[in-house]
Every structure is written in C-alpha cells, then in structure tokens.
Ligand binder design. Sequence first.
Ligand SMILES: *Cc1c(COP(=O)(O)O)cnc(C)c1O
Length: 482
Amino acid sequence: MQSRQQQDGFHPEQFRKQGHALIDLLADYLTDVGQQKEVVLPFTAPDEEVAFWKTACFEDNLAYWKAVVARSIHLHHPRYMGHQTAVVANEAALSALVGAVLNNGMSVYEMGAVSTAQEQILIEVLAQALGFSPQAGGFLTSGGTLANLTALLTARAVKIPWDVWEEGAKEPLALLVSEEAHYCVDRAVRIMGWGSAGIIRIPTNGRMQMKTASLRSAYEEALASGKKVIALVGSAGSTSTGSFDPLNELADFAEKNELWFHVDGAHGAAVAFSDQYKPLLRGIERADSVVMDFHKLLGTPGLTTALVYRKGADAFRTFAQRADYLLEQTQSPEWFNLGRRTLECTKNMMVLRAYVLYQRYGTTFFSQQVEKLHYLAQQFAGLVQENPDFRLCTQPETNIVCFRYAPDRVLPQDIEALNREIRKRIIESGAFYLVQTTVKKQFWLRLTLMHPETTEEDLKALLLEIQRVASEIGPVHHPSTV
Ligand SMILES: *Cc1c(COP(=O)(O)O)cnc(C)c1O
C-alpha cells in the first residue's frame, strides 16, 4: 500500500520522540521542584512576560516547553501554599494527555462512549459518598463556576411554576446565600438576569458560617418586597476561610419553605471521601444539587467538576431547548447523551484524569489527599497560635488557614499595609507562594495547603520568613527581640 503523505504535526514517530523527551523534561522538573531547587514563582511583570514571548525564538518544541515550565508558577513546589488549585498526581496528568490525544467531544454518546460510561460510574461513587440514594445522578462539567450556574438553572426550571425557558422570568427571582459565598454565585444570579436584588446575602458568625438565625427574617423581608425566592445556597466550605455552613439546618429551612437547596462544595465536598472529615457535610444528603471540584483537593488537573443531583432526573429539566441535530428527541431521558444536561457542547474527556486515580486506588487516594491536607492546616494553625507575633483568623475547618502578622508593637492601623508588603516581598522573592483575602473587612494572609509533601519544617520556615521580612520592612514595627 502506498504510504500516505504525512503532514507536519501528525507524524506518529515524531510524537513518540518528542513525547519521550517531554516526559523526561517533566520528570526532571518534578524532581527539581520537589527538592526545592527552584523558586516557587519566577515572578515577572505582565508586560515583561508579553515582551518575552513576542521576541522568544526556540530551536525546537522541547526548548519551547522548557521555557513554559521554567517561567510558570510551580505548584509541585512544597512551598506552594496559595490558591486552591490541585497539585496534580502523576497518573492524572498522564491521563489528561490521553484525553487530549483522543479528544472525544462528549456531547453525544458516540463521541465519547468511554468517558460517558466512566462519568456515570464516578458520579455514582461520589453520590454514594455524599449519602445520596441510587436516584441521584449527574455529570462532569468545566469548573465549579459553570457547575454552580448549571445547578441554579435547574433550580429555576424546577421551582418556577411557568415555563421559564420560553417565557422568561416574569417575576423578580432571588436566592439566599451566605455573605462569604464564592463570587460565582453572585455572577450566576446576574447572568440569569435577576440583578443585584436577586442575591440575598445572609450574615455569618465568627467562624464565617451562615447564621441560620438570620434566614427567616431575610426570607420574609424578601417576600414582603415582592421577590420570589426559589433557592437556598450553602457553602461547603467558603472560599476565604473554608468554613462549612450548617448544612443540616439549611436543609431544614429549605424543606420547610420549599426552596431548592444547592450546596456549593466546589472546594470542600471532597471531604465526603474521608470518614474523619465527612461529618462537616452533615445534611448534604438532603441537598437538591451539589458541586464538587476534583481539581481542588483531589489531585486532578482542571477543570474537572462534578455536579450531582439528589434526584438525577432533575438535570434533564435545565435546558428545555433542544439541539435536535445532535440529539434525537425521545420521551425518556437519554443519560448517555451528556449534552442534554451540560451547558457545554464539546466537552473535554475530563473524567479520565480522575478515573485513573479511582481505578488504581479506589477512593483511598481521595481520602488520603483530604486527610493529609487537612492535617497540614491544623499543624500550621497550631504554629500560628503558639507564636505571639501572629493571629489566627478562625480555626481552620479544611486546608485553608487565614492568619496575619500582628505583634502587639504594630499599631492596628498599620497591620494591613505591613501584611500586604510582607506578602508582596515573599512572593516576589519566590521563597513561598501564599495569597491574601478580606474577611469581614479585615485583611488576612491566606494559606491553602495543597501539596501532600509540604512538611512541618516548611510551615515553620514560612513563619520565620515572615518575621524576617517584617523586620526588614520597618519602620511600622521593630524587629522581634526573640
Ligand atoms: C473554587 C470555587 C469555586 C469556583 O470553581 P472553579 O472550578 O474555579 O470555577 C466556586 N465555589 C467555591 C466554594 C470554590 O472554592
């Protein structure tokens, strides 16, 4: 047979050769960052970075990939303690490569048989961990933000007595959510056209959990002003501090008032896999819908998000509109044509990245991730509390710890500026990566312990580094005498 002419970019042998070299490059990289031979963040200014790539010229792809790796923030560095993005497990990364090569489109069964089936199984596993009955169902989708929007669109379709898809909102709609909720809930409300009046923020207690005692009055006030409240959203955990709302009490309120009960567990619903931490989720089994990111606590590359419904059939009501050229109409819900339920049309084979861990380790990998990362947070909180130069914002419930440098000798009005400057200097030096947040109008440094190989020594080193940088900064404070 005459061999086909092969186009650049499509030679299998080139793939083999470059692939081997790339894997070697990445394995060396993982070794080096694991041993802390690199800084965490090779800091550059945005304009500088654009200028670099505009003028950069590489002799081959490997040189290009080397530059990409070298100039990126290194999540596998044990002193990466910043945003809640997973430090990716080896197998999960390799599985992502398989998905990238196959690139099955997922919207209809024929375009993704393997990943459609695996999604079904993984959702069952998660639903069971959450305490749902076999009636539960769901799918994976591109990120917690999109999953929360999708769940709220389902809430709208189910809770409104008229056909909202055809007729629009008609009445001012609203939902109840904690003031500490992730901003994507606010965005979802505005995307749905409910405006700022559509989001009713419930205050939180000292541990940043929704004050359920405030629910009734807020709800009644909303009704009195003519709003149609259709949903209650719980956070598990909240973004700034990782606080878990009292889900069981929220479920009581939602049930009594016939509200859709949604739980944004993008970060924290993963604790369902741990016997030790699952009590944080008490009541989640009563939620109508739950969102959970595999790409936060569970070592999976983004975006890999589960949206699970207590009654799986509800998901078929989200989008009454039909793309009939893709989906033949039938009366029965076609679970295997995922595009009926997802906002995406083409969707990544995201399940491969999490399923590889599940088929290899069962749910043990997930429970160990949760437990290791939570343990590190407890350890760090302990170190903060024992050190008179530091204050803890609130006892961590998950792997997130908010704290600040606040020795008595620093005036209260100087604390924010000092902590901002400390963070700036530390991340620019590349020694550690940590973030900042505002809780109840106060500025805090924020750690998310993401790397299972971060040690107590790393945590102690961070506190020492903060003290050292603070003493360098002056004059708002004087170096510690200890
Ligand atoms: C991270 C997070 C989100 C957003 O999820 P993405 O996957 O980043 O889109 C929403 N809610 C909470 C509570 C989160 O922690």
